[in-house]
Design a binder for this molecule. Sequence first.
Ligand code: GLC
Length: 541
Amino acid sequence: MPEAWWRRAVIYEVYPRSFADGNGDGDGDLEGLLQRLPYLAELGVDGLWIAPWYPSPMADGGYDVSDFTGIHPRFGDLRDADAVIAAAHALGLRVITDLVANHTSTEHPWFRAALAAGPGSPERARYLFRDGRGPGGAAPPNNWISAFGGSAWSRVEEPDGTPGQWYLHLFAEEQADLNWSDPAVQQDFDAILRFWFDRGVDGLRIDAAPALAKAPDFRDADYGGDPRFVTIRWVDNPHWDVDAVHEVVRRFRRIADEYEDRILVAEAVVSSAERLAAYLGPEEMQTAFDFAYLKCAWDAAALRRVIDASLAQSVPIGVPPTWVTSSHDEVRLRTRFGRRTTSAAHFADGQGEPVDLELGLRRSRASALLTLALPGTAYLYQGEELGLPEVEDLPDEVITDPVFRRTGGEFRGRDGCRVPIPWSGDAPPYGFAPDGARAWLPQPEGWGGMTVETGRRDPGSMLRLVQRALMVRRERLAVDDFRWVGARPGVLEFDRGPGFTCVVNLSGAPVPIDGAREVLVASAGPTDGMLPDDAAMWLGR
Ligand code: GLC
C-alpha cells in the first residue's frame, strides 16, 4: 500500500488576498495564484492551503463567509477555482481549502432570514439567539467574550423596530455563531463539504474547530480572572472544546470518507496535547496543527518538552504531528524571534517592543530546519520562506483586523503579517501586482532584498535554504524514526534513522560538530568545525 500523501506533506499556506494580484486591482486573486503555482512546485512543497476565498464582506479577512459555495468576486469565480485546483494537481500539488463552519457573516442569507423571521422561528434556530438578562433583556445572556475583545453577544433590532434578542459571536459581531444542534445547519454543511470535495479539493482545514459546540446550559464561563481569549489555558469552558464538538467533527469525517484520500486538518487551540489528540484518529481528523509548538519560545528545553508531548500523543494513535510556526494570524517569526520574548502571545501583542531582525532571521532559518526535520507534516506560511518581517508600522487607517477596533487599539492585530508578497523589483508593488497598482496593504520600502527574485539568485538566501531543505527532506526523511541524541545543554539534537542528524544550537555559544559527517543543509556556518549559536544543521553520514 503506498503511504497516504498527507503523512509527511509540507503544505504552503496561501492567504489569497496577499499572494499575487493578476488583474491589478491591488487585491491578490486566483489569476495571480494560478500564475504563481509553479513557484510552489519549484520550492518543493507538497500542496497548498488556501485561506478563505469565499464571498465575504471581509470584516475578518474572509473568515466572515457570506456564501460557502462561491468565490469572492475580487478573487475570481468558480471557474478560476477549478483552474487553480486542476493546475495545482497537474504540478503534483494538493489543495486544501478553509472550512469556516463555526460562524457565517451576518450578511449571509441565512442570518438575514433569521433577523427577518423573528424570535422562535426555524430561521433563528440556525444561530444562537437568546433573550437578554436583566430589566428589558438589556444585558447580554451571559459573560462570554469574543476572541477579538468585548462581549460575544450583540443585540438585534426586531422586525417591528423594538430592541430584541441577542446573538452569539465568538469572533467579530459580523460573524454570527451557528447552532450546530440544528439539523438544517448540519445538512447544509454536508452539502458544502461535498461541493468542494466534488470539485477536487484534497482537504479541508477546519477553522476554530473547538468552537463548534457550546454547553447547552449557556452557563457563565470562568475565565480565571483573565478575561482574554487565551484558549490554550481554558479547561472546562462552556464555549470552547466542549465534548460535543466531536460529533460535528465525526460528521465531517464521514463525508470526507465518502471520497478517496481526502483529509481534515484541525485548527484547535486547546489546553493540552491530550485534548488535541481527541480531534484526531480514524473517526475524526487526520491531522491537527500543533499550536504548542507554534507558540513555544526559542528555547531548547521548552521546545524539547513540546516536541515530546506532541510525539507522545500522536505516535501511539498513528497520526502524524503537524508542525507549524506561523500563519496569517501570527506575528512573523523573524520579528517574534528577534524580540526578548520569543513565545507567541495573544493577538500580536509585543508590537513596538525592540526587535533585532538579524537575530530573528538567524533563528527563523534555524527554526525552519528544526521544523522540517521533525517527523510528520509541516505548514509554511507564505513569505516565511523569504524571511519577511512583520510590518509593524502600518498606519491606523489601513488596519482591517477587527481586533484593533474591538480592543480600542490595544492590539493592532494581524495585518502586519498579511502585507502582500514581494516577488520582484525594488519598489512597491514588487511584482505582487502589475506596475502602477497599489497593494491593498502598503508594502514597505526596502523589501527589494527580500523578493522571490533576489532569493532565487542568492545562494545564501532563506528561500534557497528552505528549497534545499525540502529537497533533502523528500530524499532522506521518508522514515518515522526519531531519537534524541547528545545531551549538550541548549542544543537540540536528534537522529532520523541512521545517517541523518539534525542539530539546533540555542546554547548561546558555538558548539563543535562532528567534522567527519557530511553537511546536508546548514542555516549558518559551519566555521572551523563549529555550529554557530542560533543555527541549525542537518548532517548525513
Ligand atoms: C481562525 C482564523 C482566523 C479567524 C478566526 C475566526 O482562527 O485563522 O484568521 O479570524 O478563525 O474565523
